[in-house]
Design a binder for this molecule. Structure first.
Ligand code: FDA
Length: 505
């Protein structure tokens, strides 16, 4: 393959990667970002960049022959998923033995497919999870910086109370209230001003057209519109798409060499490249960064990586569930796909839960109330290298999710009891199942801060090698994670540029 050298490489274009690239670019460091997914800015034949949720096509999924939506069924019927052509689409579901993980693929990573919920964790829980990080500095400086850069905004409360698009959230709020539970408004990066113009017929619909997990055509301030646009604006940052990093090794002079496959949109490898750099930042996400390091350690390419690489993984306690409402309390045929409320029972010492009130934007009345619960599950998984497949496989068993299921169940049992309602048993596949315990939207850990790395994400055992993303957070953060990932990356890169990068250049 052809060889080239750049001072800094950032793998991935999600939150941690985008923060790092912007700050490197501002410091004048030529920086190359390598992203395995596509740049999502070209409309297809239907005039749209992304496909919708109700009639998904190949753009929806990363090399699947059938879509894999989180709610797999309705009335136990397989009516939600569709056969598609394998393609470099925007949402991936990575399957391990007893756990699956959804991740975004493309320039912007998870920001392309996520619900945009921008939540700063409770300070006491942040301090519990990351005790060696100065919380005062995080809450005074880096969380505000992240919120401002991400363009986090708040829903107008008057509009929330009156619009049909959030009836589902108001119904859930009332039902939670009957059980003595309180709700809180959740900030978002989706532009609520745009959403109101959608409702008024003055802007093209996206949140109000059910778009989210396969991408939003309008309204969402994903990373390509915030951090990555700013990074490119420095003139020092370039992004190569459809470039998948396969392996990392180090040369005697300390520089790193990446083996990279360039693929086309139907998955064919069209070129192989070797790219060398002095400073290497892993921002490929909890799964991606951890796999690259586990592989590097266990193939002997980077033998001094420590035993903590691969450890400390968790699904942020994610449990999805649906409740069946009475016919006299409909949730509405019109539902914004962007959540605006959460049930906050995190201070319940027996079973802390923060549950996002999720939409079920089916375009017709379903009487379903849907939730994504974030629970405090102390169980952790470990990634181990599988030589036969050259992949990192996740050691995590279904029963490790029992604490999360029990916590979610204790909260929704209370809501059901107070409202004389029941669970829906038909939403998670052909079997009778009321709580999902086998997938996560919030993979965290694998290269935990202060264990696999120092307290700034410098990988232990190596110089000029860094982890910048969700892999640093030990399995749980108590809320939706991207604001924390962003703020932590801001903190770390500031220190790394001052002490490591500037000193070297
Ligand atoms: P992230 O996963 O964002 O980015 C990693 C990037 O690296 C990807 O673009 C990937 O393609 C690329 N990559 C991986 N391996 C590579 C390789 N070997 N070579 C090249 N590129 C590689 N969070 C939240 O706070 N609020 C919310 O509302 C939601 N909602 C939500 C919904 C859904 C459907 C999902 C899937 C996720 C969420 N999340 C969320 C989670 C949130 O999106 C997630 O925590 C962050 O995107 C993680 O950011 P990272 O920087 O860790 O990596």
């Amino acid at each position: 393959g052809s060889g080239s050298f750049v001072p800094a490489v950032v793998i991935g274009t999600g939150y941690g990667a985008a923060v790092s690239a912007l700050r490197l670019g501002e410091a004048g460091i030529p920086t190359l970002m390598l992203e395995m997914g596509q740049l999502w800015n070209q409309p297809a034949d239907d005039g749209k960049v992304f496909c919708g949720m109700l009639r998904p096509d190949r753009r929806s999924s990363w090399f699947k022959s059938r879509t894999e939506a989180p709610l797999g069924s309705f009335l136990w019927l397989d009516v939600i998923n569709r056969d598609i052509d394998p393609y470099a689409g925007v949402l991936d579901k990575v399957h391990f033995d007893q756990m699956s993980v959804y991740v975004g693929r493309g320039v912007g990573g998870g920001s392309l497919v996520n619900g945009g919920m921008a939540v700063v964790p409770k300070r006491s829980y942040f301090e519990e999870v990351l005790p060696r990080v100065d919380a005062a500095e995080m809450y005074d400086r880096y969380f505000p910086r992240a919120n401002s850069m991400l363009k986090v905004n708040h829903i107008d409360k008057g509009w929330f109370e009156e619009t049909e698009w959030y009836k589902y959230a108001r119904v859930s709020r009332e039902q939670a209230g009957k059980a003595g539970l309180s709700t809180t408004f959740v900030p978002n990066v989706y532009d609520f001003g745009h959403m109101r113009r959608e409702a008024a017929g003055e802007a093209p619909e996206s949140a109000l057209a059910g778009e989210v997990i396969y991408g939003n055509n309008h309204g969402k301030q994903s990373l390509d519109k915030t951090y990555l646009a700013a990074a490119l604006g420095t003139g020092k940052v370039t992004i190569e798409t459809l470039h998948q990093v396969k392996a990392i090794h180090q040369q005697p002079d300390g520089s790193y060499v990446l083996s990279v496959d360039r693929i086309d949109t139907d998955g064919t490898t069209v070129a192989h490249k070797e790219i060398a750099c002095r400073h290497l930042f892993l921002g490929a996400g909890s799964l991606g960064s951890t796999e690259l390091l586990v592989r590097a350690r266990d193939t002997g390419a980077l033998p001094d990586l420590n035993a903590e690489v691969g450890a400390g993984w968790g699904p942020n306690g994610n449990i999805m569930t649906g409740r069946a409402n009475h016919v006299w309390s409909p949730t509405g045929a019109h539902q914004s796909s962007i959540p605006a409320l959460g049930i906050d029972d995190w201070d319940n010492p027996a079973a802390p839960v923060f549950a996002e009130i999720a939409p079920m934007p089916a375009g017709l009345e379903t009487w379903v109330s849907l939730y994504l619960a974030i629970t405090k599950n102390p169980e952790r998984g470990t990634f181990v290298y599988d030589k036969a497949t050259d992949r990192a496989v996740l050691r995590w068993t279904r029963d490790q999710n029992t604490p999360a299921v029990d916590a979610a169940k204790s909260l929704f049992d209370r809501i059901n009891k107070a409202n004389s309602t029941t669970y829906r048993y038909d939403l998670f596949g052909p079997q009778l199942k009321n709580l999902s315990d086998d997938f996560s939207y919030h993979p965290l850990g694998g290269c935990v801060l202060g264990r696999a790395t120092d307290v700034y994400g410098r990988v232990a055992g190596y110089r000029n090698l860094y982890v910048t993303d969700g892999a640093l957070i030990p399995g749980s953060i108590g809320v939706n994670p991207f604001v924390t990932i962003t703020a932590l990356a801001e903190r770390n890169i500031e220190r790394i540029i001052a002490e490591d990068v500037k000193a070297a250049s």
